[in-house]
Design a binder for this molecule. Sequence first.
Ligand code: DLL
Length: 428
Amino acid sequence: MYWQKDLETMPPEDLGRLQVERLRRVLKQARRSPFYAQALAGLDERDLTRPEQAASLPFTVKQDLRDHFPYGFLAAPKSQVVRLHASSGTTGNPTAVLHSKSDLRDWANLLARGLYMAGVRPGDVLQNLTGYGLFSGGLGMHYGAERLGSMVIPAGAGNSRRQIALMRQFGTTVMHIIPSYAFRLAAAFGQQGLDPRGDNSLRIAVIGAEPHSEQARQRIEELFGVKAYNNYGLSELNGPGVAFECQEQNGLHLWEDAFLLEVVDPETLEPVPEGRVGELVLTTLNRKAMPLIRYRTRDLAAVLPGPCPCGRTHRRISRIAGRSDDMFIIKGVNVYPMQVESVLMGLEAVGNNYLIVLQGGEAGASMTLKAELAAGMAGMNSEDREGLARRIAGLLRDEILVTPKVELVDPGSLPAAQGKAERVKDLR
Ligand code: DLL
């Protein structure tokens, strides 16, 4: 049932002690980098005796990584670096993340742990449908699944026809996939006259890399007849496998022997209590080449209270409610795309792709929601379309306090991204 029982079920006090030990070690290591030599000058890590005292350390933000690109965070001799990944950011310098051999070993092990927790076993055939290359989802998941001992098909992103062929030829039982692509893949099964539920051997989907609602997860489970497990991470902190859902599907266990977890109010930077949504702040506890101390992820989630029936003691976080960068303000109201998505995906007649368009103009800002109809609904007459659009506008007004203009379009007519879906187009 467990990949590493001792670590996964470690009593919280022991886990705390392990964290302090590792925190001291990683602070010492971090100060070998040019950035932390300055940022942590004068620190004596032996003063830290409890994990909570990490709150006295300075934060690290993405801009620091950009400003000290490419080697300013390197804390080990360059000859020990064996891999580079980069974050998928679209603006400015990319952020380079450097890994040593032991970093890669630790990362693969964490992923094997998560996959095993979700029910993946040696003998499974895992098709990895995320991009290989600088993106961490490809190679990261690849080595984790190999470490576990499953057979990996390094299919990479896109080319649904070939994906489906591979799945059917090799009897794929597990797929690693970005949620928005899972919907397109299901549609591609249909276009070939195949049933995504019946015409493959899939049992498990591991989904992550972009925010998605609980409703989207349920749709993926139904479409493919699988269990879908959420897997969270970001390249700065390895990539996939920072937190992973167990078979209870009640939040994601964040691996606290590898990351020190804090949740802060993104405005005041003060800690928020358990159960309240805030920004995840993470410290790497094991990294050698590029330790990060109190890294502000920009991702919003809450620590969930109470123990998990699976027996693992590592605290659970809620699914990511959104990134603080994704939030948009319209008519004075803060809105996250996930709020819109959960309304849309709760309606059977609505499909899986949508786009929020924000426009300025003399009459003030406006929000238009373009949503695809569900596959069987393309023939819906205009009167019914208008009725459904009005209903969606009403549900959204209740959820986000703003009434958008809703346009229902035919299935497959909105642009589909190659990698992560873009949900908001801000033309203001
Ligand atoms: O997306 C790492 C990854 C790959 C995770 C494959 C899971 C599966 P980046 O490209 O650096 O790394 O993007 C990281 O994606 O800060 C979140 O905003 C978002 N994200 C990642 N996983 C989830 C998830 C990879 N499960 C950024 N739910 C993060 C919601 C997620 N958002």
